[in-house]
Design a protein around this ligand. Structure first.
Ligand code: HEC
Ligand code: HEC
Length: 316
């Protein structure tokens, strides 16, 4: 009941905040009990944490944690109304032009547009502005480093390589997920077969880099790893199996940088790369038709499916 009343009050406040600022609910001053029930918290965790989760390890992130977003949007002089409007404007039309986080765009690609109701975003932004939000352990170090980087904006070759790998992975992942949702696994398979390559190619053009996805157990024979890459795959397998920190392998020759980073499986991949339990008979049949020599089956979660093998020029 209390929750319902609060929600009603909140919705009321949202709908009239434009016309009458005096009704603004200052959650910072409200009781701790009320704060715990702020509807923006749950909305944020369900809608935004799939990408902005503070608990994702640094290497596996696909977006900055929410605390980083907050710190780029809330400066000392920012009012709550401005903050809310800025977050709404962003989610309505994410674009490079209005980004306040160009580094994040470079690293992760622009946030995809998702049709959120404006009142949900307003509630989320209100919560973000008025509450401390979860901060990952590594964030304090990152904050210090970012200050250092502002003095010397040079990106390291490791950062450049990672940004290519992560941006490409994001585009592929987003398109694959979209295709599975729209057309089912079988339909997505066709999409993968035809589209996977042009997609990585278009990323490569953007970054003026050569981006390859190679494997020791390739499905498509043109993705077969060479002897050198096979060696790196083995060392990544050991690192993943031992749960140690995954660091990219970087080989430089003059200004040419060769960058290698593992591609690991998650549950979603197993529909097409798992064992009989996960791969449906129809998918299996279609795979055998398209790729008679397919070796890319029988994987479990969190295994090295292959690597990104990326070459770029550090002086470009
Ligand atoms: C599918 C993944 C995904 C989801 C879901 C998502 N975001 Fe993002 N978001 C990103 C990525 C990637 C970036 C970093 C790149 C960028 O800034 O565009 C980002 C950046 C942002 C930024 C900073 C934009 C800038 O560059 O100035 C804001 C603000 C933001 N997100 C708000 C939200 C809110 C609020 C939600 C939930 C309602 C949300 N995001 C859900 C992926 C996501
Ligand atoms: C809908 C089915 C499907 C799903 C889901 C899927 N893949 Fe694939 N995957 C394919 C197909 C088909 C190819 C071959 C693409 C080609 O012809 O280039 C492929 C190729 C690859 C390759 C290139 C090396 C090779 O074997 O040819 C890698 C690496 C890869 N997938 C990793 C993944 C990972 C990691 C996931 C989960 C995040 C995933 N895949 C999910 C169907 C799928």
């Amino acid at each position: 009941m209390k929750y319902l009343l609060f929600t009603l009050f909140f919705v009321f406040f949202m709908s009239c905040k434009e016309s009458n600022k005096a009704t603004t609910l200052n959650t910072q001053e409200s009781s701790a009990e009320l704060a715990m029930q702020h509807p923006g918290k749950e909305l944020m965790e369900t809608n935004c944490y799939s990408c902005h989760n503070p608990n994702t390890k640094q290497g596996g992130r696909i977006a900055p944690p929410m605390i980083a977003v907050k710190e780029h949007y809330k400066k000392d002089s920012t009012t709550k109304e401005e903050f809310i409007q800025d977050i709404i404007a962003w989610t309505k039309k994410p674009s490079v032009e209005i980004s306040k986080m160009p580094g994040a765009v470079r690293r992760f690609g622009v946030m995809p547009y998702l049709p959120y109701p404006e009142k949900d975003i307003a509630a989320i932004a209100d919560y973000m502005f008025t509450h401390d939000i979860d901060e990952p352990e590594w964030f304090e170090d990152h904050r210090k480093q970012e200050h250092k980087r502002e003095d010397s904006p040079q990106q390291s070759v490791e950062e450049i390589g990672l940004s290519y790998a992560i941006a490409t992975k994001q585009i592929l992942g987003k398109n694959l997920m979209g295709a599975i949702q729209k057309k089912g696994t079988l339909g997505a398979l066709e999409f993968c077969n035809i589209q996977a390559y042009p997609l990585t190619d278009s990323m490569a053009t953007v970054h003026n880099a050569k981006i390859k996805r190679v494997s020791d157990k390739p499905r498509n024979l043109s993705n077969k790893a060479n002897a050198q890459e096979l060696e790196y795959i083995e060392s990544f397998k050991t690192a993943v199996a031992n749960n140690s920190d995954i660091k990219p392998i970087i080989k430089e020759e003059g200004s040419t940088v060769n960058f290698y980073y593992p591609i690991t499986t998650n549950a979603m991949c197993l529909q097409c790369h798992g064992s009989e339990k996960e791969v449906s008979p129809e998918t299996y049949k279609a795979l055998k038709n398209l790729y008679p020599a397919d070796k890319a089956l029988g994987y479990a979660e969190n295994e090295v499916r292959g690597i990104w093998s990326i070459q770029f020029n550090s002086e470009d």
